[in-house]
Design a protein around this ligand. Structure first.
Ligand code: ACM
Length: 707
């Protein structure tokens, strides 16, 4: 997209967002105060996703150690375990020694303060009821829901409402009436490009539950690895995984763990392409003779199942019979994306098969394959899900199409009566700003679909593709940005205020740490490891941390074209890996620049200098020393040099702006040229403060034109 178009879109989005904030104020029944207003007060709760209706008042339910929760739940039930986690998290956040022994009965009594009540156990299927009503008065909290899933969602809201003042911790009085906008709110985790140990999956499930996501889409087979123990075809995991696979017992453990959190686990076995690892142990089902080795590189590769071989379908019949039992979810994802037809073209038997069956092209051949697979899935009571390439006329209406290439597939599918989920725009592996994902809506306001067709859009999924993440860095690519996708999928469409989203995101990001997700804490660890045994001062360490805080990995697929070839075996431990996908510090800086430029107050100029230009200028020298001494940091030398030049440029621009003197056309021209140079990635990173400096130059340029 051109920079110009991007800017136009941003301006439009801002206007729409401002008008819609007003709209929410009236439509969501925020009678007492709207959430944005509440945010301007100190120590205010951060609700994410924003509930459908919230009414808060000034009353406070004071929390003390005699806080007891009770309801009808039996030991071992979903809610029983959820209350146990709730009490432990509440204690953890407040330091209160809560008296309730959470492993005991949760019957209600005179001491009960939090009452929960639900009618039935929710089923882990799309369109199940997840609604709840939460009422908080000064001495009693009531949480009611049609299903236990609603209780789980309501407990997360209650925890997010926890507030503090001088007297202690409290829940604000009020009423929350909540239900999701979309029923399918997922996160895809790719365990193939890099294997993700069980604890990575579990801690991310906990974090998903905290923001009310309800589907783990588990990507379990790829060119780079086959990750499930199979008893029928043990060569698959034994030869296709380097020993990195989940045992069936581990899979069952994850499914139970997820079920306790009200989260479905949908497996994906990507066929007929993306399938090299299957053929290491079973070359007989491939379209070319082999032999095959596990793929180490990334991209789209030639190995592909042979759709003309009847044995292929016998194999899949046995395979899916086992898998269908292992995974109880009614849906099974067959991938179907990016099928390369080279081996199909080279195989005379396949070509003859196509002629015989009147299959005009490769798309028709894949469609034939899909129909056969569909028969097998149907036999084992599974509904088929696939990437948008699987769409073809004549498929049954209960399949689900997952759109990754654009929203058009979703619209076209819905018009023909097919259910769909959106992932295009939710590719969190691309290291784009949260805002971009946040404003991406499965059913945008301008959607051409009828009301009935809109019902077919089930929701969406964030996709954590794992080419460039390890178990150490994956959390920082998922969180906190996935929380804003969770909000898009749960909250009313009108909730779109970007600034308020970022305010809440920071608070939620910190809360997510209580689940063990390592998105924040691993940065320090990774930087310390880079420094290694080289003796440096804590000031130098702080300087390195600051640089990481204002640097971002290059966006999109650009890391693959910066000169290093990535494979699943190279280290992801460099400076770029320690940087967060979006620098919130750089965003703050840009906001402060904008405030200064619109107000031109001397006080704001001073704040900019003291908070940013001086501290950033001060880290350049220690960082240069550091990058001389630490071999692993040599590559960031140019980045440090760029930072130095940016600080000088920004400070000079500030002086001109403050004094009202004109820098002259030549100075401006030189700075713009220089800025374009400084904008080029270094060590696969981008300095995230560049847009703010650009704004200062632009303000000077505008002034020069007007004068
Ligand atoms: C995909 O990203 N190839 C589904």
């Amino acid at each position: 997209m051109s920079g110009f178009l991007k800017k136009r879109l941003k301006t439009t989005a801002k206007f729409v967002s401002a008008s819609l904030t007003l709209f929410i104020f009236f439509s969501l029944g925020l009678e007492a105060r709207n959430i944005g207003e509440l945010g301007k007060e100190a120590r205010v709760p951060a609700l994410m996703p924003v509930p459908a209706r919230v009414q808060l008042s000034d009353g406070k339910f004071r929390l003390d150690e005699k806080f007891y929760a009770g309801g009808q739940e039996k030991q071992g039930g979903r809610v029983f375990k959820a209350i146990a986690r709730f009490m432990s998290r509440l204690g953890g956040r407040t330091g209160l020694f809560l008296e309730q022994d959470f492993l005991a009965d949760q019957t209600t009594g005179p001491a009960t303060r939090l009452f929960y009540n639900y009618e039935r156990t929710g089923r882990l299927i799309p369109n199940e009821d997840e609604s709840y009503i939460l009422e908080i008065s000064t001495d009693r909290i009531e949480l009611r829901a049609p299903t236990d899933l609603g209780i789980l969602r309501g407990l997360e809201t209650l925890l997010q409402l926890l507030s503090a003042d001088e007297q202690g911790y409290y829940f604000p009085c009020g009423r929350v009436e909540d239900r999701p906008r979309f029923t399918w709110r997922g996160l895809l985790i790719d365990s193939c490009r890099h294997f993700m140990p069980l604890e990575v999956i579990k801690r991310n499930l906990l974090a998903m539950a905290a923001v009310k996501l309800n589907v783990l889409h588990w990507h379990l087979s790829e060119d780079q690895g086959f990750r499930v123990e199979t008893r029928t075809f043990p060569r698959l995991h034994q030869m296709g995984s380097d020993g990195f696979y989940y045992t069936q017992e581990q899979i069952r453990e994850v499914i139970q763990f997820a079920s306790d959190l009200g989260i479905r686990v949908m497996p994906e076995f990507d066929i007929p392409g993306h399938s090299t690892s299957w053929f290491v142990g079973h070359p007989e089902y491939a379209s070319a003779p082999g032999p095959y080795r596990i793929e180490r590189g990334f991209g789209v590769f030639h190995p592909v199942f042979n759709p003309a071989n009847p044995a292929t379908y016998k194999f899949f019949d046995k395979f899916f019979r086992e898998i269908a039992t292992l995974f109880p979810d009614p849906y099974l994802h067959i991938g179907g994306d990016e099928v390369e037809a080279v081996h199909w073209k080279e195989n005379p038997q396949i070509q003859a098969f196509m002629k015989k069956h009147n299959l005009a092209d490769n798309h028709a051949l894949q469609a034939y394959f899909n129909r056969e697979i569909l028969k097998i899935l149907t036999k084992y009571n599974k509904k088929m899900v696939g990437w948008d390439e699987i769409y073809q006329p004549g498929l049954p209406r209960d399949i689900v199409i997952q759109s990754w290439r654009g929203t058009q597939a979703l619209v076209e599918g819905a018009r023909k009566g097919y259910q769909g989920i959106l992932s295009n725009g939710y590719y969190i592996d691309l290291c784009q700003p949260a805002e971009q994902h946040y404003l991406n809506d499965p059913i945008p306001p301008e959607s051409p679909l009828t009301e009935a067709e809109k019902q077919l859009i089930l929701g969406g999924e964030a996709t954590m593709w794992a080419e460039l993440v390890s178990p150490e860095t994956v959390d920082s690519r998922i969180w906190p940005r996935t929380a804003v996708i969770a909000e898009r999928l749960w909250s009313p469409q009108e909730v779109r205020d970007v600034d308020d989203m970022y305010r809440r995101l920071r608070l939620v990001s910190v809360q997510l740490e209580e689940h063990g997700v390592q998105h924040l804490r691993n940065q320090d660890m990774m930087l310390r490891r880079l420094v290694g045994s080289v003796p440096i001062s804590s000031m130098e360490m702080a300087a390195l941390r600051t640089l990481a805080m204002i640097s971002e990995p290059v966006e999109g697929y650009a890391r693959h074209s910066q000169g290093r070839r990535y494979t699943s075996l190279v280290p992801l431990t460099r400076f770029v890996d320690s940087c967060f996908p979006e620098s919130l510090e750089a965003r703050d800086f840009r906001k402060m620049v904008e405030e200064y430029l619109s107000s031109r107050q001397a006080e704001k100029a001073r704040a900019l200098k003291n908070s940013y230009f001086l501290p950033l200028g001060a880290i350049v020298a220690p960082l240069s020393r550091l990058s001389d001494q630490v071999p692993a940091l040599k590559e960031i030398k140019p980045l440090i040099g760029n930072l130095g030049q940016l600080v000088v440029m920004g400070s000079e621009a500030m002086s001109y702006l403050e004094s009202g003197t004109n820098p002259g056309a030549q100075w401006l021209e030189n700075q713009k040229k220089l800025l374009a140079e400084l904008n080029k990635p270094q060590a696969e990173c981008q300095l995230a403060i560049i847009p703010a400096i650009e704004k200062l130059l632009l303000a000077l340029e505008v002034r020069q034109i007007i004068k």
